[in-house]
Design a protein around this ligand. Structure first.
Ligand code: PMP
Length: 448
C-alpha cells in the first residue's frame, strides 16, 4: 500500500510550544524518527516499554489474539487469555490477592481500586468510611478521582475543587526528609505521621490508604526507609483501613522483583499494575483484590459495581500473557535487577560527583537524579531557570530521552530527572545512558 503523507498539526499535543519529531519505529531500547535520528529511550516512554521496542514475540501474540476475537463485553464473556493472565498474576502476587480485573490505563484501575474499597465499606454497613489517605508526594493518575489523590499541586491547579474525601500524609522522601538518619529513623517517623492523620480524621471515616511502594514520577524513584511498609501495614490493619499498593509504575519487574511490594516485604489489600504489564503494545492495567472481599460483596449486593467497555478485553490481556512469557523465557526480572545494580553504581560513580547533583536514588531500573543550585544547603535552582527542562531538551537533541519533574510535591521548586529504561537494556546501553546524562549535566550546569 502506498503511504500518503498527511499534513501535520491537527493532533492536540500536550506541549503546544514545541514541535515534535515524527517517530518512525523502535528496536530494543532505541527509537528512530522519520529523519533517521536514533534516541536511547532512557525512560521507556513513561516507564512503559518493559520488553523493549519492536518486540516481535509480543506483537505476534497480540495479533494472533486479535484475529481470533478482537473484543467481547467483559460482562458477557471471559476468555482463555484473560483467565490465564489472572491466574498467573495471582499466583505471583503477595499473599491473599487472588482475583484480577483488567482495564486499559493506570488511572482507570486506580479509580476502580478506590471504588472497590468504598463499596466494600458500604456493604459492611460503614458508609461513612469514605475518605482516602494518600501521600505527598505521589501520583496516581489524571482522571479526577486519581488526580484528587495525587500529591502534585502543579497538575491540579485548573481543576479544583477536587474530591474532598482525600486526606494526605507525608511520603518518605530521603533527600528532603530533614531526618538525621533516614534509614534508621524514617519508618517510625513517617508511620507516626500516618497514625496522627488517622487519629485526627477519625479511623471510622477512612476507607483506604494508598501508596506507591517506590514513588514514581512525583519524587524521582524515592525508596521508603527499611520497615516503613511493615509499620504502616500494621497501623492500617489496627484501624481497619484497607491498604492499596499503586504499582502502576514500580511494578512488573521495574525494581528487580516482579512486585515492588514483594521487594519491600508487605501484602496490600488491593494492588494495581499498568504500564510495563503490556510493555506498551496495547493499553493494559490490572486490579488485584482478595476473594474474601469479593465474597462480602457477593453476599451483599451481588458483586463489584464497576465495568467499562474494555474490561478484560482479550487483545489487552493477550499482551499481558505475552509479556509474562517473554519475562520468563528471557529471565527479564533478574536481568533488570542486575542492570539496575549497574545503573545505580554507574550513577553514583559518574553522575553523583558532578556539581549540582544533589541526590541519586531508586532501586532496580527506576532511578531519580535531583539537581540543586547549592548542594550544601540542598537549595533548588530558581524555577525561572528551567534547569531540568533545559537539560532534557539538550539530551533529547543528543539522542537520549529522559523524563523531567519540575517540582516537589509540597509546591516548592525542584529539578528531577527520572530514569527508567526498558528492562531488556544491556550493560553497554546502561553505560551509554549514564555517560550521555553526565555529559549533558556537565554541559548545561557548568555555565553560571
Ligand atoms: N499511578 C502511578 C504510580 C503512575 O506512575 C501513573 C502514570 N504515570 C498512573 C498511576 C496513571 O497511569 P495512566 O497514565 O496509565 O493513567
Amino acid at each position: 500500500m502506498e503511504s500518503v503523507r498527511y499534513p501535520e498539526g491537527h493532533v492536540l499535543l500536550r506541549n503546544l510550544g514545541r514541535t515534535y519529531p515524527v517517530v518512525s519505529h523502535g528496536q530494543g531500547v532505541y527509537l528512530f524518527d522519520r529523519q533517521g535520528k536514533r534516541y536511547l529511550d532512557g525512560s521507556a516512554g513513561a516507564l512503559v516499554a518493559s520488553v523493549g521496542h519492536g518486540n516481535r514475540e509480543v506483537a505476534a501474540r497480540v495479533h494472533e489474539q486479535l484475529v481470533q476475537v478482537a473484543y467481547v463485553n467483559g460482562t458477557h464473556f471471559t476468555s482463555e487469555v484473560t483467565e490465564q493472565l489472572a491466574a498467573r498474576l495471582c499466583a505471583m502476587a503477595p499473599a491473599g490477592l487472588d482475583r484480577a480485573a483488567f482495564l486499559g490505563s493506570g488511572s482507570e484501575v486506580i479509580e476502580a481500586a478506590i471504588k472497590f474499597a468504598r463499596q466494600l465499606w458500604v456493604e459492611r454497613g460503614e458508609p461513612q468510611r469514605a475518605k482516602v489517605i494518600a501521600r505527598m508526594p505521589s501520583y496516581h493518575g489524571n482522571t479526577l478521582y486519581a488526580l484528587s489523590m495525587s500529591g502534585r499541586p502543579h497538575y491540579k491547579r485548573f481543576f479544583g475543587p477536587l474530591l474532598s474525601e482525600v486526606v494526605t500524609t507525608a511520603a518518605p522522601y530521603p533527600y528532603r526528609s530533614g531526618l538525621d538518619d533516614y534509614e534508621r529513623e524514617g519508618a517510625a517517623h513517617y508511620a507516626r505521621l500516618l497514625e496522627e492523620t488517622i487519629v485526627r480524621e477519625g479511623a471510622e471515616t477512612i476507607a483506604a490508604f494508598i501508596a506507591e511502594p517506590v514513588i514514581g514520577s512525583s519524587a524521582g524513584a524515592a525508596v521508603p526507609p527499611p520497615g516503613y511498609f511493615e509499620r504502616v501495614g500494621e497501623i492500617c490493619r489496627r484501624h481497619g483501613i484497607l491498604m492499596i499498593a499503586d504499582e502502576v509504575m514500580c511494578g512488573c519487574g521495574r525494581t528487580g522483583r516482579f512486585f515492588a511490594s514483594e521487594l519491600l516485604g508487605f501484602s496490600p489489600d488491593l494492588l494495581v499494575l499498568g504500564k510495563g504489564l503490556s510493555g506498551g503494545y496495547v493499553p493494559l492495567s490490572a486490579l488485584l483484590v482478595k476473594q474474601a472481599h469479593l465474597e462480602e460483596m457477593r453476599l451483599g449486593s451481588g458483586g463489584f459495581m464497576h465495568a467499562q467497555t474494555y474490561l478484560q478485553a482479550p487483545a489487552m490481556t493477550a499482551a499481558g500473557v505475552a509479556v509474562l512469557d517473554y519475562f520468563e523465557r528471557h529471565d527479564v526480572v533478574n536481568h533488570a535487577a542486575r542492570m539496575g545494580e549497574r545503573l545505580h553504581r554507574r550513577l553514583r560513580e559518574v553522575v553523583l560527583p558532578l556539581p549540582h547533583v544533589g541526590s541519586v536514588q531508586g532501586v532496580g531500573l527506576i532511578a531519580g537524579v535531583e539537581l540543586v543550585e547549592d548542594e550544601a544547603t540542598r537549595r533548588p535552582f530558581p524555577r525561572a531557570r528551567k534547569v531540568v527542562e533545559g537539560l532534557l531538551d539538550r539530551l533529547f537533541e543528543e539522542g537520549l530521552i529522559l523524563w523531567p519533574n519540575t517540582g516537589h510535591a509540597d509546591g516548592t521548586d525542584g529539578d528531577l530527572v527520572m530514569i527508567g529504561p526498558p528492562l531488556t537494556i544491556t550493560e553497554g546501553e546502561v553505560d551509554e545512558l549514564v555517560e550521555k546524562l553526565a555529559q549533558g549535566i556537565t554541559h548545561c550546569l557548568e555555565r553560571p
